[in-house]
Design a protein around this ligand. Sequence first.
Ligand SMILES: C=C(O[C@@H]1C=C(C(=O)O)C=C[C@H]1O)C(=O)O
Length: 399
Amino acid sequence: MHTRRVAGDELLGRLPQPTGALSWVRDGTGLVGWGEAARFEVSGPDRFAAADRWWREFTDDLDVDDELGVPGTGPVAFVSMAFSDRPGHSVLVVPEVVLGRRNGHAWLTTIGDSGKRRVEPVRKPSEVRYSDGQVSVTGYRAAVRAAVERMRAGELDKVVLAHDLLAVADIGIDHRFVLEGLARRYPECWVYAVDGLIGATPELLLRRSGSVVDSRVLAGTTWPHDGMSDDELAAALMSSGKNRDEHEYAVASLVQTLRPFCDTMSVEGPSVLRLPNVSHLSSDVIGTLGDTLGGTPSLLALGEALHPTAAVGGTPRADAIAVIEELEGMDRGRYSGPVGWIDGNGDGELGIALRCAQVDGRTARLFAGCGLVAESDPDSEVHEAHAKMLPFREALEGM
Ligand SMILES: C=C(O[C@@H]1C=C(C(=O)O)C=C[C@H]1O)C(=O)O
């Protein structure tokens, strides 16, 4: 395999075909890929370790010719892990072609003699119809109410419940059309696509660049309502005890899990991250990895320890997972699991797969969830989940 410097500043615009897009792009930088040189699928509680092992063996056998030698050059796999230990299906895809841009570098990596693909024009659907997914809005409201009762009874502190929505377009969905729409409206988010899971997430589970790791924790959300200005919404979010509690649980759980791996750690925040559809309380956690026996842990090994954070599971983690299994009543698939890319040195970026849908032909299954605490109101949470589905809906409809 070869990595070469290239000129040009397009990423998503270079994807040649309507399906099979691979993407991890934020504000014009990142990686896109196409073609499949290799694929690894796995499920179960050992999925992270199995994926890590497979990737190490795969890269050990490669003959790499890399002109640049920076994170994202050389061998790269796009990663999308299932939320749940079971059921669940996780996947690593090694593209035939990777196009990357970062820190003033642009590069093209190819495996074998591949790369030439017919370029098909991007297609826009003219009609999209929606219907209930596995969990309707009514079912979701009831599940939220039941979860809030459990928290008022002191059974747990926080749990994240989600529901889904089906969209059917009049033509096969062109992954590139959705990705371009998401990237245009959400430049602050990581716009991703792996094996049909497509979305724009504002939340970074973990990035590893050598010994430095960082994470963006989000929890505590508001959305435009009651004619409030953006500044009023942000001020209300910062001073909301309910949202600050929810946020604190998420930061504390991340720090606690990452600490054993780190020599130093710091937290910046919370501040308000403003997106077109919602605003979140946001904190950045930065750490330096310490040397454990045999070196520093890979991104996938760290992802295994961190997932699921309180942003998508809850607190305490095991109690929250049990409540999700009991009350949510759907298979999340890869929604709310880690998604991103890894390279041959164990570096890379894993976001949390939010604001997304699983796309298959003309159908997209959209997901959104909300962090619940004892003070949560079921009607507000229904509105919040609706607001979180807007990015994908608007991109699919071409708004
Ligand atoms: C679970 C989702 O989002 C998470 C829940 C949040 C909240 O409840 O405030 C905020 C950001 C995410 O951590 C989702 O978008 O589906």
